[in-house]
Write a protein that binds this ligand. Structure first.
Ligand SMILES: Nc1nc2c(ncn2[C@@H]2O[C@H](COP(=O)(O)OP(=O)(O)OP(=O)(O)O)[C@@H](O)[C@H]2O)c(=O)[nH]1
Ligand SMILES: [Mg+2]
Ligand SMILES: [Zn+2]
Length: 297
């Protein structure tokens, strides 16, 4: 038998438990199977693999150390769950329909900050009469986040989105029904992902995408589509780390009396003062407090 134990690296483009699809160094896609119980492979991972005896299946033997990982804390379980890895840009998608959940947006932003990702907010469905981009994303523009008004339907803003994505490993996250898959279909015409209409009764998305998948962008780089969520609890081990994910609060914390101030009930807290005088948005502060309480239990 020929010696097939030549290890190569590959990029994971789809991961379902022990199986998935990877892209080889020559750009070919191959189905894979994970060897060993301990490996938890996700979209965006670079993995070591060898070809099986039939020459059709990649056997994944290891994961190359990740530069970062998107992790969530599953409700009622200890330990975190990794959702994707090696991301350089997180795009948080929202829309006027379904009604935006800004606390969810803040949780993703906080996570992206702690991961060291570039961050971008995309207000999709700009073609709809209800869309009011300036009001929708005002809080975030004020903090310094890049906000784009886009429409997967009319192509509005898609060039700016394309430019932001050039040579990045990006991920689209957000509620179900905001149009994540529709945006990828615009950016990658051959992607042809199934999209689903908003429910007429609940006015929410119907969770059309059920697994993450990575797509190559025509101008270089990759973009991961993810299933929409109702909630997202970031995996943050320490309460003190939460404020590092809120740049507006972190900046305002400069003058707090205590260096370990959590900006809750401590005296001479400059964050609470900043909320009172309008420098920090009360809604962002509320978001920070809610997340802090989630992390501390
Ligand atoms: N008017 C309008 N509708 C859009 C736009 N983008 C997406 N939609 C519609 O919004 C609905 C949801 O789109 P999807 O792309 O499936 O949304 P998703 O975020 O991928 O949803 P999940 O996969 O469930 O997370 C579909 O009916 C789309 O046609 C847009 O720019 N304008
Ligand atoms: Mg989708
Ligand atoms: Zn404080």
């Amino acid at each position: 038998m020929a010696d097939r134990a030549v290890t190569e690296t590959g990029l994971v483009v789809a991961a379902h438990s022990r199986r998935g699809k990877l892209k080889t160094l020559s750009g070919k896609q191959l189905p894979y199977l994970i060897q060993g119980r301990r490996l938890q492979v996700v979209c965006g991972d670079t993995v070591d693999w060898t070809l099986d005896d039939q020459g059709t299946l990649a056997i994944v033997t290891g994961i190359v150390p990740r530069t970062n990982a998107l992790e969530r804390q599953p409700l009622g379980r200890s330990g975190s769950e990794t959702l994707a890895a090696n991301l350089s840009l997180m795009i948080i998608v929202c829309a006027c329909k379904p009604e935006p959940d800004w606390f969810l947006v803040d949780r993703y932003l906080c996570t992206g900050e702690l991961m060291g990702c570039r961050l971008l907010l995309a207000g999709n469905k700009a073609d709809l009469a209800e869309h009011d981009h300036a009001t929708m994303l005002n809080d975030y523009q004020r903090i310094g986040y890049t906000c784009l008004s886009v429409s997967a339907q009319t192509n509005q803003g898609m060039d700016s989105l394309r430019t932001a994505l050039q040579n990045q490993t990006g991920i689209l996250v957000g509620q179900s029904g905001v149009g994540k898959s529709s945006l990828i279909n615009r950016l990658v015409p051959e992607a042809d992902i199934t999209v689903g209409a908003i429910s007429a009764s609940t006015h929410e998305g119907i969770h059309t995408t059920t697994a993450s998948a990575m797509h190559d962008l025509p101008d270089g780089g990759q973009l991961i589509d993810t299933p929409g969520v109702r909630d997202f609890i970031p995996a943050i081990p320490q309460a003190q780390s939460v404020q590092a994910g809120f740049p507006d609060i972190h900046t305002a914390a400069d003058q707090c009396r205590f260096s370990n101030c959590l900006h809750l009930r401590e005296p001479d807290c400059s964050v609470k003062l900043a909320v009172q005088n309008g420098t920090v948005s009360p809604r962002r502060y509320e978001s920070y407090k809610r997340l802090l309480h989630t992390v501390t239990g």
